[in-house]
Design a protein around this ligand. Structure first.
Ligand code: ZN
Length: 341
């Protein structure tokens, strides 16, 4: 069973011609409708997160300043993060969407997908950045930890950008394993997410970064993810799984230099599905509305399929760059004290 958590209210985070705009969700939802998929999904409305939920992740000072800034009309918070007059309310709804999806999975759904905006993975405990106001995933994770007593969480983030906010929030936490595959931070925002950033203190070894060179294709992603996710997941044994979804690594996306095609998204969904059987999906980035709509549909079809496809591979020959093999060996060496793969 799969649930989609979405609301037309998300269009009220009004960003105009900003790449992170209301067209993104509209085009995705319309495409699902056009292809007859909406009737086959259980649609749930998000409930807004309350301040108490958000304060488990963000500082009081930050939340107050965000509320005040938006209350006085909004605008650009930094050079690329925008807020409109209703954005505070809508950001709370997006965080609440992640909570709603998490509760649905806990209550028995195989998959629940929060299709929301604004995105969240760049928002740190004390700062909005990278189009993100509130860290939706972290708010949901803390809710599940407190309200349901879950202990260990695993996050796989495949947005083209490193989720520096999520990583920072859990950098010292050995009970939250964060794996992020993203474009090499020397070539893209936010300039962090190197292999050597492995976590600190008790959290050392639980922040695993896979920085991919510009031009990396679906084959390169599969080569490296196939080697890493399964052994790490088996050893860590999480109680709850999040797949942090970003479509901006697609070759048609204007914001990254990655070269993924439509087939990567069903591949990762299938790979995770075979390993976990239940997970929460949370939308982050993706700025080519056409590529997102197509890739998203393919991903949802895989999640809906009752049969599992152990050997499912995208069509075409696997071509893996030497750089990708080198990155894998570096990760293998760096993580040898913590995980074997
Ligand atoms: Zn991104």
């Amino acid at each position: 069973m799969i649930s989609l958590v979405n609301s037309p209210e998300y269009a009220n985070h009004q960003t105009g011609s900003h790449p992170e705009n209301q067209q993104r969700l509209e085009v995705m939802i319309n495409y699902l409708r056009e292809k007859g998929e909406m009737e086959e999904l259980d649609i749930h409305q998000p409930k807004p997160a309350c301040d108490e939920d958000i304060l488990k992740v963000h500082s009081n000072t930050y939340l107050k300043s965000l509320k005040d800034f938006i209350g006085s009309g909004g605008g650009y918070i930094d050079f690329d993060t925008y807020a409109s007059p209703k954005s505070y309310e809508i950001a709370k709804l997006a965080a609440g969407g992640a909570i709603t999806a998490s509760k649905l999975v806990f209550d028995g759904y195989d998959f629940a997908y929060s299709l929301a905006r604004p995105p969240g993975h760049h928002a740190t405990a004390s700062k909005a950045m990278g189009f993100c106001l509130i860290n939706n995933l972290a708010v949901a994770l803390e809710y599940m930890r407190d309200e349901y007593g879950l202990r260990k969480f695993m996050i796989v983030d495949f947005d083209a950008h490193y989720g520096n906010g999520t990583a920072e929030i859990y950098y010292q936490d050995p009970n939250v394993l964060y794996i992020s595959i993203h474009q090499d931070p020397r070539t893209i925002f936010p300039g962090k997410g190197f292999v050597e950033e492995t976590g600190s203190g008790m959290g050392e070894g639980f922040n695993l970064n896979i920085p991919m060179t510009p031009g990396s294709t679906t084959s390169n992603y599969i080569y490296i993810l196939e080697k890493i996710i399964e052994p790490v997941l088996r050893k860590f044994k999480a109680d709850f799984y999040f797949l942090d979804v970003g479509f901006d690594g697609h070759q048609e996306d204007p914001l990254s230099s990655l070269q993924l095609d439509d087939d990567f998204y069903p591949w990762i969904a299938n790979h995770m599905k075979n390993l976990t059987s239940q997970m929460v999906l949370i939308l982050e980035g993706g700025y080519s509305t056409d590529a997102m709509a197509r890739s998203n549909l393919k991903m949802i079809k895989v999640l809906k399929d009752k049969e599992t496809h152990e050997e499912w591979q995208p069509p075409g020959k696997m071509v893996v760059k030497n750089e990708t093999r080198k990155i894998f060996r570096r990760i293998q060496n760096t993580f040898s004290p913590f995980f074997t793969f």
